[in-house]
Design a protein around this ligand. Structure first.
Ligand code: DOR
Ligand code: ZN
Length: 450
């Protein structure tokens, strides 16, 4: 196949080039030669960019088919130009050992339309052997849900534990990471954490009727405390820590301070924290309830500036669908936290960067940086000879509106609903092929460099 006549985004900048694909890989880039034939795709007037990597999705399979499955997740990913997803481990049971990991990998591969990696779950009961076996099985990294209990009988990670219950295993904690530091460092994989300090959240618990009440229960200082603690773990124990869904200026300041002291800390934020603030609640309602919460204008501006300065490494979506029933029926206090987003990752990042002066600045946030951090570079995340032909054809004169009726995810109501992007996706290729169920392959990390 030849993708001809396009403007190709390469490590050396934009090139007017025909991109030759062979056996699913990029073979070479050649100056425009106007080839003809059945195998030629006309990309005149289009940008050819690397397929995006969303390192933070909740595909809900196995366990929660009413919310999502790996088919609907990866259909949404493909529609949005995301050709690699890295799937979170809070499925049922949580992915805390190699047998669960293998079963999940096998089940979801049947439906995967794009390539995928898998996060493993750290539980407070996780052993060094389990860390070793999960690393050997190909986990992309380990995720600790600070403050979230696990149901012993089913392995389910619980976001809102109710009354004390002997069936609940205490949450993974800073202590869990410290206890397993030897095995985690040996594995060389990033340790990701949901960075909201449990003690701050517990002490802030209160009655919730309004979004302001909700914000008071999960204040930014909780993120700042957790990020600071994770920074200490990274620095003192020689771990690579990855902070997911950074949502506040306070959290950012903790991260920068930790880095200045030598911690290896990579940072992810999400489109919803870059685009929205508490004021959007009147328009969106509980659709925008997610943990961490969307915060203030000041937080949004701090995150945007840090991303543009290169202090924040990646943008992932925390795509976390629930049913309409779970999201929208009943009081705000009971609405499930999380919203879909994978389908709008790439265009929302291009639009943010466009508004800041250069849309192409967004590409490293969703391709090169996550590929490097998660050991997928240069197989993924870059257009150069030898890399997988994961490609998106973007029309820089197009226009797309985020609309629920165009979403492929099982839950269509995303927090970016109504946002306009000055671009359109014209075609998406995974290893040179059009996405279809079963095409997606499992990705094992090589040593990451993040
Ligand atoms: O709002 C959230 N929902 N935050 C998380 O960290 C998890 C997620 C989910 O799985 O629903
Ligand atoms: Zn998440």
């Amino acid at each position: 196949m030849i993708i001809a006549g396009g403007t190709v985004y390469t490590p050396d900048g934009l090139r007017e080039a025909d991109l030759h694909v062979r056996d699913g890989r990029i073979e070479k880039l050649e100056p425009w030669a106007h080839p003809a034939g059945a195998e030629v795709v006309d990309a005149t007037g289009l940008w050819v960019v690397p397929g995006a990597i969303d390192a933070h999705v909740h595909g809900r399979e196995p366990g929660f088919p009413e919310k999502e499955d790996f088919g609907s997740l990866t259909a949404a990913a493909a529609a949005g130009g995301v050709t690699t997803v890295i799937e979170m481990p809070n499925t049922l049971p949580g992915v805390a050992d190699a047998a669960i990991f293998a079963a999940k990998r096998e089940a979801i591969a049947l439906r995967a339309m794009v390539d995928f990696g898998l996060w493993a779950l750290l539980r407070s009961s996780t052993t060094e052997d389990q860390v070793n076996e999960l690393a050997a099985a190909g986990a992309i990294g380990f995720k600790a849900y600070l403050g979230y209990a696990v149901r012993r009988s089913t392995g389910q990670v619980l976001y809102t534990p109710g009354a004390p219950d002997p069936d609940l295993e205490p949450p993974a904690s800073y202590g869990t990471i410290a206890r397993l530091a030897g095995a985690l460092a040996q594995a060389g994989l990033p340790v990701a954490a949901h960075a909201e300090d449990p003690s701050v959240l517990l002490a802030s618990a209160a009655r919730v009727e309004s979004y302001a009440d909700l914000l008071a229960t999960r204040p930014a200082v909780g993120e700042a405390v957790a990020v600071a603690a994770l920074g200490v773990l990274a620095r003192e124990l020689g771990l690579r820590l990855h902070v997911v869904h950074l949502s506040s200026r306070a959290g950012l300041l903790s991260a920068l301070a930790a880095r200045a002291q030598g911690a290896r800390l990579s940072l992810e934020t999400c489109p919803q924290y870059l685009w929205l603030t508490e004021a959007d609640y009147t328009r969106l309602g509980p659709v925008m309830k997610m943990y961490p919460l969307i915060k203030t204008v000041d937080d949004r501006e701090a995150l945007r500036a840090a991303l543009l300065r290169g202090e924040i490494d990646t943008v992932g979506t925390d795509h976390a669908p629930h049913t309409d029933e779970e999201k929208l029926r009943g009081p705000l206090a009971d609405a499930h936290a999380g919203s879909p987003g994978v389908q709008t990752l790439l265009l929302s990042c291009l639009e943010l960067a466009r508004q800041a002066g250069d849309p192409l600045r967004a590409l490293p946030w969703v391709s090169e940086r996550p590929a490097r951090i998660f050991g997928l570079y240069p197989r993924k995340g870059v257009i150069q000879a030898g890399s997988d032909a994961d490609l998106v054809l973007i029309d820089p004169n197009g226009r797309t509106v985020a609309r629920s009726d165009r979403m492929a995810s099982r839950q269509r109501h995303g927090a970016l609903e109504g946002l306009e992007f000055s671009f359109a996706i014209r075609a998406v290729y995974v290893r040179g092929e059009l996405p279809r169920p079963g095409l997606g392959r499992f990705l094992r990390p090589a040593a990451g460099t993040g």
